[in-house]
Ligand binder design. Structure first.
Ligand code: SAM
Length: 224
């Protein structure tokens, strides 16, 4: 699982998307992005936005929210840097090129990890979510806006058939909720806080995972 896209193919795809990304994907995901940032700010504290891209979500943050942004695509991030400079977003403490699956931050560094339209693009979604958990302080939250594919039926068949095409242009179409459920089940420190289908089309969701203290029972089972 997870070897169907590579960081090289993603970097190539988003180098091509960078000049037109905001035009194509700006308006259509505006309300979802706004909801994601509101959910992140409700937790408060320091925020890491992973896959920040062109910085298209930056206008939705309050000027007092401290955040750091990372992305694997230098051309996308260059657009974000221009936005920060032109708009004077002093709350953005840094932007850096990094791979979401192994980021150069210490454990328990952030109160919130935001990733909007990112989990279905990375080569190893579950490994990337594990990395988010590593960086998150206990009590913190992962806030995703993400496409949730169908678990069964005709929509699943169509999504599976089209995914070889869509992954060449930067994302997987096929990504059922059961994949998140399996990831949560294999950990002992994640709580599903929210899974709210959103516009456009209800095929995207606001998803919030909380980081709690590791479950003592699971520890005992593992130790036995
Ligand atoms: C669909 S765009 C989403 C951009 C932005 N978050 C938004 O709301 O529109 C996906 C972004 O994730 C970035 N990305 C893909 N794989 C990544 C990885 N392994 N590490 C960091 N960023 C990655 C891409 O470069 C791109 O900027």
């Amino acid at each position: 699982m997870g070897t169907d896209v590579s960081n090289t193919s993603i970097a190539t795809a988003y180098r091509l998307w960078a000049p037109v990304y905001d035009l194509v994907f700006g308006e259509v995901f505006k309300s979802a992005r706004r909801a994601g940032i509101a959910a992140a700010e409700a937790v408060g504290g320091s925020i890491l936005e992973v896959g920040i891209g062109t910085g298209i979500s930056l206008p939705f943050y309050s000027k007092s929210t401290r955040l750091v942004g990372v992305d694997i695509s230098e051309p996308m991030l260059r657009k974000a840097q221009i936005r920060v400079t032109e708009m004077g977003y002093a709350n953005v403490e840094g932007l850096a090129v990094m791979d979401a699956s192994k980021m150069a931050f210490a454990d328990n560094s952030f109160d919130v990890i935001v990733a909007q339209l990112v989990v279905t693009t990375v080569p190893d979604p579950e490994g990337t979510l594990d990395e988010f958990m590593r960086l998150l302080k206990p009590g913190g939250e992962i806030v995703l806006i993400s496409r949730v594919g169908a678990d069964s039926g005709p929509r699943r068949i169509v999504e599976q058939a089209l995914t070889p095409i869509t992954r060449r242009i930067g994302w997987r179409l096929e990504f059922p909720w059961s994949r998140y459920e399996r990831w949560v089940a294999r950990r002992n420190d994640v709580t599903v806080m929210e899974h709210l289908p959103m516009a456009p089309f209800g095929h995207f969701s606001l998803i919030r995972f909380g980081k709690r203290e590791p479950d003592a029972v699971a520890h005992e089972i593992r130790a036995a």
